[in-house]
Design a protein around this ligand. Sequence first.
Ligand code: PMP
Length: 288
Amino acid sequence: MKIYLDGKFVDQADAKVSVFDHGLLYGDGVFEGIRLYDGNIFRLDEHLERLEYSAKAILLDLPLSRAEISKATCETCRVNGLKDAYIRLVVTRGVGDLGLSPWLCSKPSIFIIATKIALYPQEHYDNGLSLVTVASRRVNPAALPSTVKSLNYLNNILAKIEARQAGALEAIMLNDQGYVAECTADNVFIFHKGELITPSASQGALNGITRGSIFSIAAELGIPIREANLTRYDLWCSEECFMTGTAAEVVPVVKVDGRTVGSGRPGPVTARVLASFRRRVLVEGTRI
Ligand code: PMP
């Protein structure tokens, strides 16, 4: 596997960053998780825009222009002979000293990994997932905006561990006010009384690219959709619930905190949304 690292393609074994890189020492950096479908990168420009906003929010100057990053991303897929892949694009603050000061970091480091995607087991889509609400909360947006896709995932990792300890594969994370924010690496939607509802970024959700495409899909399918504050009760009593994310796509949720969601089986609206999403990924995208 060839990794793009600061302007060069290097073998996986040689793709190394310094122990003084602040991405490692402090989680000081930003990243994107992107999908290549049949030779097309899904919503690449939107991912790169989100990367730019994340970088801007943490005052990190991206080392390359959008066009250059786009080209490097496509090339990484091509040199690895990939048609379907998961792409991880990371920009770290770069090498500094042992203090926090980002201005002592010489230059940001950028690397791109494109690899065969480990797809979620089919049974997740066939039978749906059980989620549990965990104690670890989403970081208050006043401390770190949830829209910044930074290298700091510790609270999500703790949430994932808590979900596993409770015997579930995924967690519902609340914000500090007790409203539903999202899952550990996916957004969450409910379908109830004819409309799709999802928490807003101000409630602690990441502006998911998949989440964004659900808004276009809902418009196409003629299903009303809106952002709103959701409580755990709203999830428990919803007719349908699903998670969305680049790796997961659209995964049905059939149980939340031991309460059966709807019929307890993946719902018809979720199935329509997933089918529409899977059609779109094949036609919407940047040819590599
Ligand atoms: N929330 C979080 C915390 C995430 O890390 C991600 C990305 N895996 C998502 C939501 C979903 O975003 P996207 O659809 O852009 O993958």
